[in-house]
Design a protein around this ligand. Structure first.
Ligand SMILES: [Zn+2]
Ligand SMILES: [Zn+2]
Length: 299
C-alpha cells in the first residue's frame, strides 16, 4: 500500500487544479507533496526534499536512514507513527550533508540512538560550526570506523565503509533480510553528482568503492539511491551501480584526455555532457568536471 500526501488547503488545491485541469499527470504531481512507500519486508522509502530516506518498521521499533530537512522529516515521523506506537530505535546517517542530516533535529528526544560513520560526525560538526548553526543539529552519538551492526526485531542492519567516495564519511546500510541496501550519495542515478573534495571526496577511490559494493551485494539486492534524475527511480539494482561507476570512469577519462590535449580548466568546464556516459544529465556537470580536474592535477 502506497500512501501519498495531498495538499490540505483545498482553496489552493482548487486554484492549482483549475490551471492544470486537462493534464491528469500535472494534477497528480501537484497533489503529491511527499511519497511514503513500502518496498519489501517492512522496509520502505520516503521522498520529499533532499536525499531519499529509508525506513524499517519492525515488530519492536522503527529505524530511519537519513533525515532530509526539518520541513520534511516530521512527515516521515508522522507516517511511521500511524503504523504503531513503537520506539524509534535508530536514526542513521549515510553521510553528513545537510539534505541528509538537517532533519536529524526533528528526531531529538525521539530517536534512541543516532548513528553515522566517524568522519560523517566530524564533517557535520565542522560544517555546523562554520555556518554557526550547531544548535540546529542533532549529532550522531554512535559512530564507527569500519563496521557497525544492529538487530532490530527480526531484521539485521549492517554498515559498510569503503573509504573516500562522495565524501570521506559515506557508509552503506544493508537491511539483510529484506536485502535492501541504502547507499546514500555513493550513487547518483543518472544525475550529475556532487563530489565534495573539501570533505574528502575522491573519484578514483569512489570507483574502487563501487567495485566493492558490486562484489558485496547480489542480483536480488534492492538499492536505495540518495538522488535520481527521475524522482520515481530512487531505487534500482547492480546494473545501475555499474552504470554510475561507468559515469565516473568516463568522467576521469574525458577530463584527463582534455588536460593532455592542453585545454584549460575553464575550457574543460564548458562541456555539456560526458562522452560514453550521456545518460547522466541535470544541473551541475561543472561540479564533476572541476572535481575531476583538481583530482587529476593533484590540486
Ligand atoms: Zn544528497
Ligand atoms: Zn551528499
Amino acid at each position: 500500500m502506497e500512501r501519498r500526501n495531498f495538499i490540505k488547503n483545498s482553496a489552493l488545491a482548487m486554484a492549482l487544479l483549475s490551471i492544470y485541469k486537462t493534464d491528469v499527470f500535472a494534477q497528480q504531481a501537484l497533489m503529491r507533496a511527499y511519497n511514503f512507500k513500502p518496498l519489501r519486508n517492512n522496509v520502505g522509502i520516503f521522498t520529499e526534499q533532499g536525499g531519499t530516506i529509508g525506513w524499517l518498521n519492525s515488530s519492536n521499533g522503527f529505524v530511519v536512514v537519513d533525515a532530509q530537512f526539518p520541513t520534511s522529516a516530521p512527515h516521515v515521523i508522522e507516517e511511521l507513527k500511524k503504523l504503531g506506537e513503537k520506539p524509534f530505535k535508530y536514526l542513521i546517517n549515510t553521510h553528513h550533508h545537510g539534505d541528509h542530516t538537517a532533519g536529524n533535529i526533528s528526531f531529538k528526544g525521539l530517536a534512541e540512538k543516532v548513528v553515522a560513520h566517524q568522519n560523517s560526525l566530524v564533517n557535520q560538526k565542522r560544517a555546523a560550526e562554520k555556518a554557526n548553526n550547531l544548535d540546529k543539529q542533532l549529532l550522531p552519538d554512535t559512530t564507527f570506523g569500519t563496521k557497525w551492526t544492529a538487530k532490530v526485531g527480526d531484521e539485521n542492519i549492517k554498515a559498510y565503509y569503503y573509504g573516500s567516495g562522495h565524501t570521506n564519511g559515506d557508509a552503506v546500510y544493508h537491511f539483510e533480510h529484506a536485502n535492501i541496501a541504502h547507499v546514500g550519495d555513493l550513487v547518483f542515478n543518472r544525475k550529475f553528482p556532487y563530489i565534495d573534495r573539501e570533505n574528502g571526496a575522491h573519484i578514483g577511490n569512489w570507483i574502487t568503492a563501487l567495485d566493492k559494493i558490486l562484489a558485496q551485494f547480489d542480483k536480488d539486492t534492492l538499492f536505495i539511491w540518495g538522488h535520481s534524475l527521475d524522482p520515481e527511480k530512487v531505487t534500482g539494482n547492480k546494473a545501475d551501480v555499474k552504470a554510475f561507476q561507468n559515469y565516473l570512469q568516463n568522467l576521469l577519462t574525458f577530463v584527463s584526455g582534455e588536460i593532455k590535449a592542453g585545454k584549460s580548466k575553464e575550457d574543460i568546464l564548458k562541456a555539456s555532457s560526458i562522452p560514453n556516459a550521456t545518460e547522466w544529465k541535470g544541473d551541475g556537470i561543472q561540479r564533476s568536471l572541476g572535481a575531476a580536474y583538481d583530482e587529476l592535477k593533484g590540486v
